[in-house]
Design a protein around this ligand. Structure first.
Ligand code: ASP
Length: 325
């Protein structure tokens, strides 16, 4: 009997219809996206190596998603996972924010089955589209008994949500886990997990996603004067993630704005705009009350900080969370 896999469609390029097969860049202009059933039908994957159950949430560009959509996705995954006949879940997603959704879900789903996010860099109708191959790989990984947790499957690779990131605007091999690499590979029917996911992330109640406090990201550059940080605080930010220079540093003017924010009760996490490597818990950070963001990049640090604040964690608990991840 074929494994039963739920396919949740959320839109994105993998579900997008271009003007013709040569339309690889401007397909968003039509705004046409197919739903989960049509996507399964058009790829011809149904019944090949899995019995696929289409589930629709929204057919949108992933830049339009909200944390409420994450809540809905988590809720849907939890409901589907209760069905003992379902072996795993595949989520079709836009690649623009795929790493954020994967990370958010990994923080709230105590998944006992595989939950696989995939997308494509070329529209479903585009020449040499990766939509079919990525969907097939994702279904193969989701069918793997003994695998549990949230993973990103794209371009024949399996990645952990923690470190995977989109590194190119257009190329097929855009998704990478810089410096650490993928955790597994897919070659046709052959699924290989070379190493386990990093430390399992903490699990937050998924209901927290419904009402996340405002947390913003401030990006450092030569001449940054802290106006952005002050504006975020004035807009009601309860947390700021600083995407600082290399090791996790800000300009002197930003540092003053950060200290003001902390004095006003805002929690500040220092991350880095390099998107890989550790931001250490330096003496300077500790004295200033800045939380070191570990190796969590700015967009993912933002989600973790927002969940901590939504749960009511205090500074020390948030610090511990970032340290022990
Ligand atoms: N615009 C797309 C999105 O929904 C990009 C993609 O899927 O590749 O994120």
């Amino acid at each position: 009997m074929l494994p039963k896999i739920a396919f949740i469609g959320t839109g994105g390029t993998i579900a997008s219809i271009g003007a013709d097969q040569f339309d690889l860049l401007d397909y968003n202009a039509s705004g046409e996206r197919v739903d989960a059933s049509a996507l399964i039908e058009r790829t011809g994957i149904q019944g090949k190596f899995a019995d696929i159950i289409p589930v629709d949430i929204r057919q949108i560009d992933s830049t339009a998603l909200t944390s409420n959509d994450w809540w809905k996705l988590a809720e849907t995954c939890l409901r589907i996972m209760e069905d003992p006949d379902v072996a795993g879940i595949v989520i079709g997603h836009g690649t623009a924010s795929l790493e954020e959704t994967a990370w958010a879900l990994s923080l709230v789903l105590d998944a006992k089955k595989p939950v696989i996010l995939t997308g494509s860099m070329r529209p479903l109708t585009g020449i040499s589209t990766d939509a079919h191959a990525n969907l097939a790989s994702a279904v193969r990984v989701a069918s793997n008994p003994g695998l549990a947790g949230v993973f990103v499957v794209i371009n024949d690779e399996i990645h952990s949500p923690r470190l995977v990131t989109k590194t190119h605007t257009l190329r097929l091999g855009a998704f990478q886990s810089p410096w650490v690499g993928p955790i597994g590979y897919i070659d046709g029917p052959d699924v290989r997990l070379m190493r386990c996911k990093e430390n399992p992330p903490p699990i937050f109640a998924h209901s927290l996603l419904r009402d996340l406090p405002r947390v913003d990201i401030s990006y450092s550059y030569i001449g940054a004067d802290g106006v952005g940080i002050r504006a975020y605080v004035a807009a009601g930010a309860r947390g700021i993630v600083s995407a600082g220079f290399g090791p996790g540093m800000t300009t002197p003017a930003e540092s003053s704005a950060v200290l003001e924010a902390i004095a006003g009760g805002v929690v500040v996490v220092q991350s880095s705009r390099t998107h890989s490597g550790l931001v250490v818990d330096s003496a300077q950070n500790r004295i200033s009350g800045i939380i070191a963001g570990s190796d969590i990049g700015p967009v993912k640090a933002r989600i973790l900080l927002a969940l901590c604040l939504a749960r009511g964690d205090r500074q020390e608990e948030i610090e511990r969370q970032f340290k022990t991840l």
